[in-house]
Design a protein around this ligand. Sequence first.
Ligand code: DC
Length: 205
Amino acid sequence: MDKQIITIDGPSGSGKTTIGKLLAKDLNLTFFSSGAVYRVITKHYLETKTLNFENLDILSTDPIEFKIDKKHYFEEDLYTPEINEKSSELAQQLEIRTIVENILKFIYDSSRNGLVIEGRDMGSVVFPNSKNKIYLDSSKKLRSKRRMSQSNNIETEEDLTNRDQRDSSREHSPLVIPDGAIVIENNEVTIDEVVNKIKESLELP
Ligand code: DC
């Protein structure tokens, strides 16, 4: 029997990580933020000025720890305004998307019971056969409010709008509502209400 794969796509600040982590915990699945892989490649690029590397190892998914060649990268290194912006730019490149896609499939294969994974193209491109696709949306005002309240990684409404615009209009794997996805508006509802709504919609493997 195939392992469970639940995809959550949506724009920045729509609540994908908060909701996804709770859902994964409830269902005893692994949670992963696909953006973290774009972010670590970006961090490595900013340090070395090259996109070339031999190995990218995932040492832990929670909290995130990666190793690129000999250098370790931790979750707290990856969520900065500079990396928000630059990762969205580098994520336009097909070569990078292909590397990340293979890493994400490896994470799914290595997960114990299955995966809840969030991003921009999880249900449309990376796991198109998932039976459980969610598209989480939220008003720009609320999304921006969520981002402005992240004390270590503030993102202004303007920055968020530009990043969403780039992520939605790029040539390769833009953010779209995947075929078959359930669209949930994360406005004026509690986190538990959203998690329960998703759970009620799930098709079990
Ligand atoms: O989800 P995040 O903010 O950590 O993602 C950072 C950037 O990575 C995002 O602006 C675009 C890119 N990304 C992507 O292109 N596809 C994904 N599935 C996830 C992230």
